[in-house]
Design a protein around this ligand. Structure first.
Ligand SMILES: *Cc1c(COP(=O)(O)O)cnc(C)c1O
Length: 416
């Protein structure tokens, strides 16, 4: 292979429709965080998520989580229940608001929030604090739907609003219904590595015009109707730029094609990994769970021997995983007290040598030093999967030939 196969990369429409809308923004001088592209992108998203919903385009998925929590009334000293097995953008905004995340572990089947533990956590928080948690944040990990039936039933019974983090689950469905449309709010992300991209951006799915207007108001610095800037509430600068929305409009023309391709890649992994002993592809528990397979994930049997595993974690990694931009803190120790097994680390390194980007699954938030004091309701599932899990490349750039090559490399890495 002369190219690197990345986990998931932005992929523009073949016809360059994105550039047409971006050019339009320049030609009409709408180079601001509002405008015709933003409005049209929101209309496209409304059509995509289905009848009766409103959508607000924002500068990031993280901003969408933040504003959804704010609109649920989350403030200083409140508690918010959040899936522990996730990317930090699900939980960090809770702390932005001065609230406390209460982490809930996962069920084995979907890797997402365990409904049993959710109810246990609600009861215990009420018993311990005398207050109900202000919101519940389940996460569609790698696109896999959570158990919407049970989570919504529990949330409704306790009258706690649900903020669905469907940032990775754009286009996934549960029992035929689009993720992000079950709760009070649904979070979408259009970062460069998500199902569709606006280079960076996000959106919030809302249930009605009133909540849409509330979100829009918060996203534009919460201004009052005076001929000058009058501020009675703290607001944010979170609206999507008209340039980014132009990219989003173009991406919406290929969204269905992208989703179909991710599912196709998963199906190909299924076929090719079927007889590879010790390597298990993560699949949906039933037809009710219609995942977009944003990333395809596997788990490695701890007894599986991978070439070079005796040298795993010998060297300090120089950059963060994911080719992350920005500044990464250097570390002087190659290990932590909770890390993937040595065979997983060895496979990651082996694949990198073969120019394939493979990555451990998200490290659960309740195992993150920054959250060491947060309450957590744990059954061991997410930590166990973190130790054996691995993400494999998916998305429109990954060809059938690539998938064959990836699986061949996995086979080559295994010591039989
Ligand atoms: C990507 C992502 C988000 C939002 O991230 P942004 O990069 O801010 O758009 C939120 N939650 C999860 C689980 C994500 O993967």
């Amino acid at each position: 292979m002369d190219k690197t196969i990345y986990l998931c990369l932005a992929h523009m429409s073949e016809e360059g429709i994105e550039q047409k809308y971006v050019k339009e923004a320049f030609d009409t001088n709408w180079v601001v965080p509002l405008g015709p592209n933003v409005n049209a992108f929101e209309e496209d998203l409304k059509r995509f998520v289905g009848e009766g919903k409103e959508v607000v385009a924002l500068s990031a998925g993280t901003a969408a989580v933040h504003l959804a929590l704010l609109a649920c009334g989350v403030g200083q000293g409140d508690e918010v229940i959040v899936q522990s097995f996730t990317f930090c953008a699900s939980s960090h905004p809770i702390t932005y608001l001065g609230a406390v995340p209460v982490f809930v572990d996962s069920e084995k089947e979907t890797w997402n929030m365990s409904p049993d533990l959710l109810e246990e956590a609600i009861k215990d928080r009420i018993a311990k604090t005398g207050k109900k948690p202000k919101a519940i944040v389940p996460v569609a990990l790698y696109g896999m739907p959570y158990d919407c039936t049970r989570i919504m039933e529990i949330a409704d019974r306790y009258a706690i609003p649900v903020v669905e983090d469907a940032a990775e689950g754009f286009g996934s469905r549960f029992k035929g219904q689009v993720l992000g449309t079950f709760g009070k709010f649904g979070v979408l992300s259009f970062n460069g590595n998500k199902m569709i991209t606006t280079s960076g951006g996000g959106a919030l799915i809302c249930n009605d015009t009133e909540s849409k207007n509330q979100i829009m108001w918060y996203a534009t610095q919460a201004r009052e109707a005076y001929p000058y800037y009058q501020h009675e509430t703290i607001g944010y600068n979170y609206r999507m730029s008209n340039i980014c929305a132009g990219i989003g409009r173009g991406q919406m023309t290929v969204a269905d094609k992208h989703i179909a391709h991710h599912r196709h890649v998963q199906a190909l992994y299924r076929k090719l990994l079927k007889d590879v002993e010790g390597v298990l592809l993560h699949e949906a528990p039933s037809a009710d769970y219609d995942s977009n397979f944003w990333l395809c994930t596997i788990t490695l049997d701890p007894l599986l021997r991978v070439k070079g595993q005796e040298n795993a974690y010998k060297d300090v990694v120089k950059t963060a995983v994911g080719g992350a931009a920005g500044v990464i803190h250097a570390v002087d120790c190659a290990t932590t007290d909770c890390q993937p097994n040595e065979n997983v680390e060895a496979l990651r390194a082996f694949m990198l040598d073969k120019k394939i980007e493979a990555r451990p699954v998200w490290k659960p938030m309740h195992k993150q030093p920054v959250y060491k004091d947060a309450p957590a309701y744990i059954n061991g599932v997410s930590e166990a999967i973190f130790k054996i899990g691995m993400c494999l490349p998916a998305g429109p750039w990954v060809t059938d030939e690539d998938v064959h090559y990836i699986v061949e490399c996995i086979k080559e890495a295994i010591v039989r």
